[in-house]
Write a protein that binds this ligand. Structure first.
Ligand code: ADP
Length: 310
């Protein structure tokens, strides 16, 4: 309902990157110089993408993060403000440049990515403490793993202490999460690769995802939602049996930011106190639309577009 909007607040603590995307016929070999097709510079970073998704999908969003004192930083900030995202807690580093992702996409749609964290590394536990009022004003707090781990931990702990609904998208995952983080999180939402990294188990099907979710629950996670691309979502909620939510069938063009769209849409729905099953289905519809369109942030739909395909 539009009338719920004013209360539906989401705070996203996370990364902002400028994505520098080169398209080339194939990946260059070490030492090789290769002529590419096209170049594009687009706002990205999991935190930024999820903030934009939550905003377009109906939440009032505040971003906690850090850009550099440079043109990329100014452009990223302006992009968030154009989505009506509150940037009062988006700091500007005097020292570090804005985070950058160098992305090469080949003709087979394979990509290779180098991320320079830059100013994202300056989001510290002190940043979280300075902007605790932003977390306090939100219903839902969303974190990923593109800021320093001690910052993620501080954000999770503060959000839980403040009684917020805490969502952790453990991306990118390089190792299992510290076990003491799990009780701080209400919804742990990895994709299949991340779920495999967190558990050491194979995660290629809904059944395997159910086993991984069971392992994460045993380790202390309350609610686990594993996204499985075109195979949909496996949700293990509380003590309920794991449930599979099939994805809407669409002709996928570009799956970039599917996961970020899912997270942002899910958080926006939770903030409005939508029942979790319905929030998952809404987020799936939003993510399905995003995969039918090219690009990361440009592919994220609005709530009206998602409601139109209900
Ligand atoms: P990530 O972008 O992190 O790899 P996934 O690929 O698991 O995340 O996608 C997240 C969600 O987006 C899925 O759970 C699903 O709901 C939706 N999705 C992704 N790919 C497709 C697809 N080909 N068709 C329909 N929905 C998709």
């Amino acid at each position: 309902m539009a009338s719920n909007q004013a209360g539906a607040r989401v705070a996203v603590v996370g990364s902002l990157n400028m994505d520098l995307v080169a398209r080339a016929p194939r990946m260059p070999q070490p030492g090789e110089t290769l002529a590419g097709h096209t170049f594009a510079q687009v706002p990205g970073g999991k935190g930024g993408n999820q903030a934009v998704a939550a905003a377009r999908l109906g939440a009032q969003v505040a971003m906690v993060g850090c850009v550099g004192h440079d043109a990329n930083g100014a452009q990223l900030r302006a992009g968030l403000e154009a989505e009506r995202i509150d940037c009062a807690a988006l700091e500007t580093s005097a020292n570090a440049p804005t985070g950058v992702a160098l992305i090469i996409v080949d003709d087979g749609s394979q990509n290779a990515i180098v991320i320079i964290a830059g100013s994202n590394g300056e989001v510290t536990p002190a940043t979280i403490a300075r902007h605790e009022a932003v977390l306090a004003a939100a219903e839902v707090v969303v974190c990923q793993l593109e800021t320093p781990p001690q910052t993620v931990e501080a954000a999770l702990a503060a959000a839980q202490r403040l009684g917020k609904i805490v969502v952790l998208n453990p991306a990118p995952a390089t190792e299992p999460l510290p076990s003491h983080w799990l009780p701080l999180v209400d919804y742990l939402i990895p994709n299949e690769l991340e779920a495999a990294t967190l558990t050491g188990l194979p995660v290629r099907s809904p059944d395997e995802a159910a086993a991984a979710a069971a392992a994460l629950r045993k380790a202390g996670a309350r609610n686990v939602i594993i996204t499985l691309g075109a195979q949909g979502v496996l949700a293990a909620l509380g003590d309920a049996l794991p449930a599979h939510f099939a994805a809407p069938r669409v002709a996928a063009v570009d799956t970039t930011a599917a996961g970020d769209t899912f997270i942002g849409g899910f958080a926006a729905q939770l903030a409005q106190r939508t029942p979790v099953d319905d929030a998952i289905r809404f987020a799936q519809r939003a993510a399905a639309i995003s995969v039918t369109r090219a690009g990361a942030q440009p592919s994220i739909p609005t709530r009206e577009e998602v409601d139109a395909i209900r």
